[in-house]
Design a protein around this ligand. Structure first.
Ligand code: ADP
Ligand code: MG
Length: 292
C-alpha cells in the first residue's frame, strides 16, 4: 500500500463518519471473508425497555420491581437501566441494596429488605442450583418475540420473569444485505439467550449464530469463525466486546459505545450507523484496487 492512497482512503472514510485508528486496517478490511456483530447495542439500539413482568402468585409485582431496581441501580448493564427506568415510571422508590455483585457475566446478586435476590438468565439460575422451570412457557415466548428473558429468584426460589425488548437499528437489515452482496459471510455473537438471538437473526437474515457466549468467550467465538471462514472483522460496543475487537483481524467499535471498546478497535463507526461498516468496506476495497 502506498502511504498516499491510504491517506486519501482514510480521509474519505473520515468524511463519512468512519475513523481508521490504524492505517493498516484500511487494507485488512478489504480482505475480510466474514464479519461478526455483537447483538445488543450493535445490531439493536441498545436502549432496552422492560415490556413484560409476571410474578408467582405469592409475590407482589410492584414490590419485586422496586427490589430488583434497588439492585440494578448498581449496574451499568443496559438491562439494568431498563429495570431502573421501569420502576421510576411506576413511581416506585427502590430500597437500598447491599452486597451487590455481578455473577459470571450472566446477572446480578444482592440483598434487599433482608432477602437474597438473584437476577439474570436461566443459565445463571441453573449455575446457582435454582430450578428455573416455573416460567418456562414465558421464558420461551419472550425469546420468540426477540425479547431478552430475565428471571428473578428471591431466597433461592423463582419469583418473577421479565421480558426486555431492544429494537433492531433502522438500517441494520440493509447494511447486512449490502455486506452479503459483497460476498461476505455475516455472523452474530451474543451473550443473550439462544431463542432471542435466533429471533433477531431471522429478522436480519443471519444464519451464523453464536449465542449464550460468556463475556470471556467472545474472543474464542471470533477465533472459531476465523478458522471456519477466514479473515474476520468484529463489530461491537460493550466492555465485554473488547477482547473480541482486539482478536479480530479488524475490530470496529460503535462510536457511542464504551471507551474500552473504542480503545480496543481499529476502526470507529462514529454515528453507530451500520451503513458505516459498508462504507468502510467499499473504501478499503477501492483503496486496494488503486494499489494493485
Ligand atoms: P450481549 O452479548 O448481548 O451484550 P451480555 O453478555 O452483556 O449480552 O449479557 C448476557 C446476558 O446476561 C443477558 O442477556 C442477560 O440475560 C444477563 N445479564 C447480564 N447482566 C445483567 C443484569 N445486570 N441484569 C439482568 N440480566 C443480566
Ligand atoms: Mg453490546
Amino acid at each position: 500500500a502506498t502511504p498516499t492512497s491510504i491517506m486519501v482512503g482514510t480521509g474519505r472514510a473520515a468524511e463519512m463518519g468512519v475513523l481508521f485508528r490504524k492505517g493498516d486496517a484500511l487494507q485488512a478490511l478489504g480482505e475480510i471473508k466474514v464479519i461478526a456483530f455483537d447483538k445488543t447495542g450493535t445490531l439493536t439500539l441498545g436502549r432496552p425497555e422492560l415490556t413484560d413482568m409476571v410474578v408467582t402468585p405469592d409475590q407482589d409485582d410492584a414490590s419485586v420491581l422496586a427490589q430488583i431496581a434497588g439492585i440494578e441501580a448498581q449496574s451499568e448493564h443496559p438491562i439494568a437501566r431498563a429495570v431502573v427506568q421501569a420502576a421510576a415510571r411506576r413511581g416506585l422508590v427502590p430500597p437500598e441494596a447491599d452486597a451487590v455483585e455481578a455473577v459470571n457475566g450472566l446477572g446480578l446478586r444482592g440483598r434487599v429488605d433482608g432477602r437474597d435476590i438473584l437476577i439474570g438468565s436461566a443459565q445463571l439460575m441453573r449455575q446457582c442450583g435454582i430450578p428455573s422451570d416455573v416460567f418456562e412457557r414465558h421464558y420461551r415466548m419472550f425469546q420468540d418475540q426477540a425479547k431478552t428473558p430475565v428471571l428473578v429468584a428471591i431466597d433461592g426460589r423463582i419469583a418473577a420473569v421479565l421480558g426486555v425488548a431492544d429494537p433492531i437499528k433502522p438500517g441494520a437489515a440493509a447494511a447486512l444485505s449490502a455486506l452479503r452482496a459483497e460476498g461476505i459471510e455475516v455472523a452474530m455473537i451474543t451473550g443473550d439467550a439462544w431463542g432471542t438471538a435466533r429471533a433477531v437473526a431471522r429478522q436480519l437474515g443471519i444464519s451464523l449464530i453464536e449465542a449464550e457466549v460468556l463475556p470471556g468467550e467472545k474472543r474464542d467465538a471470533v477465533r472459531r469463525l476465523r478458522d471456519a471462514h477466514g479473515e474476520i472483522a468484529f463489530v461491537g460496543d460493550g466492555i465485554n466486546d473488547a477482547p473480541a475487537l482486539a482478536e479480530a483481524d479488524v475490530g470496529l467499535a460503535i462510536g457511542n459505545g464504551t471507551d474500552v471498546a473504542i480503545e480496543s478497535a481499529d476502526v470507529v463507526l462514529v454515528s453507530g450507523d451500520l451503513a458505516g461498516a459498508v462504507n468502510a468496506l467499499h473504501m478499503s476495497r477501492a483503496t486496494l484496487r488503486n494499489i494493485r
